[in-house]
Design a protein around this ligand. Structure first.
Ligand code: LLP
Length: 403
């Protein structure tokens, strides 16, 4: 599917102002269909890792496509329920949370993956075999686009380390727990399919120890191309590998094992565009800075993960190419790109950041007391404002004047 045209993006900027996040619904659909088609011959179910983007319209849209929802907080669970997703299609993969939050999730009737022995014990004491549950394991595999987004290695806080399996089995036995699923999530931006296969191999060693398994959850982490000519995870190859692995490893309890995935970026990243406007062009001896009306308060990925986002000046797409450093307007070093080739850029031009749908708006903040941007959904050729730009009232709404 072609990316949105400059004309479309410019019209949206004109109508809704900048900075603005734009999400192209049909691109999300195309990504989801790519997954379901590739995995058609396997017993696979997808849960959108909604931490990537939780606007309720996105949740609803993805839910209507038939995709389930994976949550990482009870509030995400409540948002998914609010968006009309039935509890039976919501998964809560927790990490480091209080037992009270797990109780709330049980009350809501969603699937849960527990990630610590401590909470598993509390769960056992309270629910015994009354509430089948999944466990999140740490496979001790190092993978992912960046250390900060690698979650399965042997120094990671996520999941119960696989070497503690004897203790886990002891807790299960003691409380007669029914473990219905095993979960791992190795990291984000995993291009190499063999990493997923390695994870499957770790789990296959453990499966015979569990009598009630119905799913194996391999988490998310499919890589999407951020750079020009970069390749993402080969989804078809992954599907073939999954099919092969699971057909030679049937579930010892006879039930067909479902394979679950939790894609976040894969579904929404490329569907998202972040449009900003150039405030200042500042030539210096080191570089020519282009300051846009944004910063890491709106898109933190480049600063936090050294992430690369393609940037284009859509106001002058035929202009000659010059080097610019694209920076924000907040009071920190917030460099989006250093010495990047852009079409000649003037103050007032619109710069678009591509692949901004995942962890863009979602990780935004009010740093420097700036407003969070608006969000717009493009669906069937029509644009809809799905989140208002903030205003002074938003900055003040929870403050309590005591002086
Ligand atoms: N499942 C679990 C348990 C996760 O922790 C995550 C992401 C996902 C699924 C989805 O991963 P994805 O398919 O989106 O790669 N903010 C970072 C990414 C952090 C991902 C955290 N967990 C970024 O902007 O690159």
């Amino acid at each position: 599917m072609q990316p949105l045209s400059n004309q479309t993006l410019m019209a949206i900027a004109q109508q809704y102002g900048t900075p603005v996040y734009v999400y192209h619904a049909e691109k999300i659909k195309a990504q989801y269909q790519h997954l379901t088609r590739a995995f058609v011959a396997t017993n696979t179910h997808f849960f959108y890792a909604c931490k990537a983007l939780t606007n309720i319209n996105i949740l609803k849209y993805i839910g209507n496509l038939g995709c389930n929802i994976d949550c990482s907080s009870i509030n995400e669970v409540m948002l998914a329920l609010h968006a009309g997703i039935p509890a039976s299609r919501i998964l809560y993969t927790s990490n480091g949370i209080t037992f009270e939050e797990i109780e709330e999730a049980v009350q809501q009737g969603v699937h849960i993956n527990i990630d610590s022995i401590s909470n598993l014990e509390k769960f056992g004491k309270k629910y015994g075999n009354a509430c089948p549950v999944g466990i999140r394991l740490r496979p001790n595999i190092m993978a992912g686009g960046n250390l900060k987004i690698s979650t399965g290695h042997d120094k990671s806080k996520f999941g119960i380390p696989v070497e503690q399996i004897t203790e886990v089995l002891h807790v299960i036995e003691q409380h007669n727990l029914i473990i219905k699923g095993l979960h791992i999530h190795t990291g984000s931006e995993i291009k190499d399919v063999s990493v997923f296969v390695e994870g499957i191999t770790v789990l296959f060693d453990l499966i015979p120890k569990f009598n009630h398994l119905s799913y194996i959850d391999l988490g998310g982490g499919f890589k999407v191309p951020y750079k020009e000519n970069e390749e993402g995870t080969d989804i078809e190859l992954l599907a073939r590998e999954v099919k092969q692995a699971f057909s030679s490893h049937p579930n010892p309890n006879g039930k067909p094992l479902e394979v679950w995935f939790e894609p976040g970026k894969y579904l929404v990243s490329e569907a998202g565009y972040f449009i900003t406007e150039v405030n200042v062009v500042k030539p210096t001896s080191a570089t020519t800075f282009v300051s846009v009306n944004s910063g890491f308060n709106h898109l933190i990925r480049p600063m936090f993960y050294d992430a690369y986002h393609r940037i284009q000046n859509i106001s002058n797409s035929n202009g000659k190419h010059l080097h610019y450093s694209v920076v924000g307007n907040i009071c920190e070093t917030d460099t989006f790109a250093w010495n990047r080739l852009l079409n000649e850029t003037m103050e007032g031009d619109l710069l678009v950041f591509y692949n901004a749908g995942a962890y863009g708006f979602e990780m935004s903040s009010n740093f420097n007391s700036r407003f969070k941007p608006a969000e717009v959904l493009l669906l069937n050729g029509e644009t809809h404002l799905i989140r208002k730009r903030e205003d002074m009232q938003d900055l003040l709404k929870n403050q309590i004047a005591v002086l």
